[in-house]
Design a protein. Structure first.
Length: 411
């Protein structure tokens, strides 16, 4: 009997259970047996099988409606130690698994590829891309599952902050998850109509000076004050924290990292850093402003999936089984124009790092240009037009000459 194994790695994302449920139903109805592997690669690396159980249709028929993961998840990384990778393969063989479905982001995809290669094709492996960050290299316009649900919930959070800001006459700096990429921050900020959204892709320098981020935010505050509005919401992608100039992170060299070596961005107090910087700059010139900070991310990851992700993940789960039974291995499962299209792991690799490529926001698109023009931020024309410059300077309590020099870094 063909035996399928299913495991989940990385952070949670809405729709995991949809993939697990659909894959189980599709496999069993095709005469297969399905084993659910708890906690990603963690127990496989220890050659431990007690955390594996057989999944039945009766158990999974409605789990697609639930958030979270019935198999839980972990960031255990078998790539760090060759012995761990060998243990994963040994344990999968012991379980009689000849078809493996992994669900996760770029790190899990990289581990899945390594397992596939280590068995030289004996074990067929397919990967279903999952992340609210939307940063896997799928074809243009195709999101990773979980992203649309997370964006919807993040949009609701930001719109409520905007109403609170208007009601109480204050500002909020909302730091939104997304790791290196700004998809979630930009998508939610644009949908909600936030005052402005800052994403790492908008900065050309490899290391972003904290002072520049502060000036951009301060410039938006001042521009709003010109129009007698003392409130607003700035959405800030957490990936900016990872790219801040190391000199600005002095004292935070020991920021915690995960099993894959990534800085735990939730440990970088980005919201506090920029809030304190803006508040100090304005306060030093006698401008009193209340600024609150809010981290948006963890509350999105285990939300029940919306209709898009409910439909999408059921296609991906059944599509993964179809691909394996058709003989595909070493591929990532995508849905394109209503069809399941497997993409070879090798085609997704970054040749320099050997890891799965990261998809960043394409700032050359009309969609990005639209997001930019709908925001409130200082533009070159604000500092070049004498009348506009005079208003900006007055609101910032600077002379026109001082304002032009002071805010030049924000352009």
């Amino acid at each position: 009997m063909t035996t399928f194994g299913i495991l989940v790695g990385g952070g949670p994302a809405p729709g995991i259970n949809g993939v697990v449920g659909a894959a189980t139903i599709a496999a069993v109805r095709r005469g297969g047996r399905v084993l659910g592997i708890a906690d990603g690669f963690e127990w496989l690396m220890q050659e431990e099988t007690r955390h594996v159980r057989e999944l039945k249709i009766s158990e999974v028929s409605r789990i697609h409606l639930l958030g979270g993961s019935i198999l839980r998840t972990s960031r255990a990384n078998p790539m760090k130690n060759p012995a761990h990778l060998d243990s994963v393969v040994t344990t999968l063989d012991k379980l009689g698994i000849d078809n493996l479905i992994t669900i996760g982001g770029d790190d899990t995809a990289t581990s899945a590829r390594a397992v596939s290669e280590r068995t030289a094709g004996r074990l067929k492996v397919v990967h279903v891309p999952k992340t609210i960050d939307n940063d896997l290299p799928l074809p243009h316009g195709i999101p990773t599952f979980g992203f649309e649900t997370a964006r919807e919930h993040a949009t609701h959070v930001i719109t409520r902050l905007m109403e609170d800001a208007r009601t109480t006459q204050r500002w909020y700096f909302a730091v939104v998850m997304g790791r290196n990429a700004g998809h979630l921050a930009l998508g939610a900020g644009k949908a909600a109509g936030a005052t402005l959204t800052l994403i790492p892709e908008d900065f050309s320098e490899e290391r972003i000076p904290l002072q520049r981020v502060v000036r951009i935010l301060e410039g938006a505050v001042v521009k709003r004050l010109v129009h007698r509005r003392a409130h607003g919401v700035a959405v800030i992608a957490e990936g900016i924290g990872e790219r801040l100039d190391t000199a600005d992170l002095e004292g935070m060299e020991d920021v915690e990292r995960d099993e894959h070596g990534h800085i735990r961005l939730a440990e970088v107090p980005l919201g506090k850093l920029v809030r304190d910087g803006v508040r100090a700059a304005l306060g030093g010139r006698g401008i009193s402003l209340t600024i609150g900070e809010k981290n948006v991310g963890y509350e999105l990851r285990c939300a029940a999936p919306n209709a898009f992700d409910l439909d999408y993940t059921r296609d991906l789960g059944s599509g993964a089984v179809w691909a394996l039974l058709e003989g595909f291995s070493g591929v990532l499962i995508t849905r394109q124009n209503g069809a399941i299209v497997p993409l070879a792991f090798a085609d997704l690799e970054d040749p320099e790092s050997g890891r799965t490529r990261v998809r960043l926001v394409d700032t050359s698109t009309q969609s990005h240009a639209s997001a930019w023009v709908l925001q409130v931020r200082l533009e070159p024309s604000d500092l070049e037009d004498p009348a506009q410059l005079a208003q900006i300077a007055a609101a910032a309590k600077l002379s026109p000459e001082q304002a032009k020099e002071y805010f030049s870094i924000a352009l």
